[in-house]
Design a protein around this ligand. Structure first.
Ligand code: GLA
Length: 405
């Protein structure tokens, strides 16, 4: 059985430090890191102006950086051989004649976006990257990369006269979140919402955030599962991601078209009992998911804040997670057989609630499980995946962890 353990901060720092020195021939000036995330509930709500409830994972992406005195960014990743190079003066948006190819878009895109915000011109950077956030697992490895380098660009900016470190305040961190979203939307060309970047930069150890995407406000809510003998188990299905980008964009476009038809800016502006009769069947299903998911997320937050996670309250929380999965399966249609089997198997083996997390079309599921049943759930999911001829699943133990720094 494969459990993906998070690296300690020292281990991550040593890895990127060694890679940096080997690649660039000098010692890095600083090391930064940022976590991946799991979303506990509130899926496909962020770009609809709704609520989500993510937390930062202990799994992080590490960046060792050196400041340069030109505008060149040299990049090396432990996941490939060879140094890539991009000039900050030649960064074009994804739809221009001069797009940035591949993963460097997430790095230089953040510098580009900060400059668009009116921040000082960025210096060049040498950067070495390594990560224990699994790729393609729906756990926001790309946001972890953006946010780790956002903190690096921020530290460079803070050295300029009259500027200060944005990471020192939540308001400053929100500005970094905006830059990371723009890097992803405008430079990498992925039309995602902002939940992942908010989780990576604004979460705190021991809690989830209730994120209101309409005004980007957050509330920290303690989420100490260990204290009540529970665990949030992540099941990385390792299902091949199919058509993920196009499908995500299509869902988003349908939501935007539905909001327009109904005369609201966001689907989150609709009343729970809004009349959806003028929508097509497809639009109605997507809209219904968004409306009900927002209600579930608010209810979940209310229950979390209302008392101990035991008995009826715990059962209700589990039920909301499982209902969220059903809605994503039936109304939003973003699950795949691997996600459905992971969820049903976890539930059959004693999970209190389970659902897919992240964008869907592959990626990961989460299960709320009492600690003494975690091994049973893992063994059962593994066996069921084998029977179905799916890829071997991997598992992660999710604990609400520290933000980018
Ligand atoms: C991906 C996106 C997020 C969000 C989720 C679905 O993770 O990056 O912005 O839309 O999907 O909730």
């Amino acid at each position: 059985m494969i459990v993906n353990e998070a690296w300690s901060l020292d281990e991550g720092a040593n890895r990127v430090s060694d890679l940096f020195e080997k690649s660039f021939g000098y010692s890095p000036h600083a090391i930064h890191s940022a976590p991946g995330r799991v979303n506990v509930i509130g899926e496909h709500t962020d770009y609809n102006g709704g609520y989500a409830l993510p937390m930062a994972l202990p799994h992080r992406t590490f960046a060792a950086v050196g400041k340069r005195d030109d505008r060149v960014v040299r990049l090396i990743s432990a996941q490939e051989t060879g140094i890539r190079e991009v000039n900050l003066d030649e960064v074009g948006t994804y739809d221009s004649d001069n797009p940035v190819e591949g993963w460097p878009a997430y790095v230089v895109g953040v510098a580009w976006a900060l400059e668009q915000q009116g921040k000082p011109k960025m210096p060049g950077m040498d950067v070495a990257i390594d990560s224990c956030v699994p790729f393609g697992a729906g756990l926001s490895s790309s946001a972890a990369l953006e946010c780790a380098v956002a903190v690096a660009w921020d530290a460079f900016m803070a050295e300029e006269d009259g500027w200060y470190a944005l990471i020192a305040s939540d308001k400053g961190r929100s500005e970094l979140v905006e830059a990371c979203i723009s890097a992803e939307n405008d430079i990498a060309g992925a039309p995602t919402g902002g939940m992942d970047q908010a989780a990576s930069l604004r979460c705190e150890e021991g809690s989830v955030i209730l994120l209101d995407s309409k005004d980007s406000s957050i509330r920290h809510i303690p989420f100490d599962l260990e204290a009540v003998g529970l665990e949030l188990l992540v099941i990385d299905t390792r299902a091949p991601h199919q058509l993920a980008d196009g499908q995500y964009a299509e869902r988003r476009a349908t939501c935007e078209a539905s909001a327009k038809k109904l005369g609201v800016k966001y689907l989150a502006d609709l009343e729970p009992d809004a009349d959806l009769s003028e929508l097509s069947e497809n639009e109605r299903k997507r809209t219904r998911h968004v409306i009900t998911e927002i209600a579930r997320t608010l209810k979940f937050a209310e229950l979390l804040e209302g008392g101990e996670l035991t008995g009826e309250r715990l059962a209700e929380l589990g039920q909301l997670m499982t209902e969220s999965h059903e809605s994503l399966r039936v109304d939003y249609e973003v699950t795949v057989p691997e996600l459905d089997v992971a969820v049903s198997t976890a539930l059959e083996n004693g999970a209190i609630g389970a659902r897919m997390t992240g964008g869907g079309f592959g990626g990961s599921a989460i299960a709320l499980v009492s600690v003494d049943k975690v091994d049973q759930v893992i063994d059962a999911v593994k066996a069921r995946f084998e029977e179905h001829g799916f890829n071997e699943p991997h598992f992660l133990h999710a604990k609400p962890s520290a933000p980018a720094n």
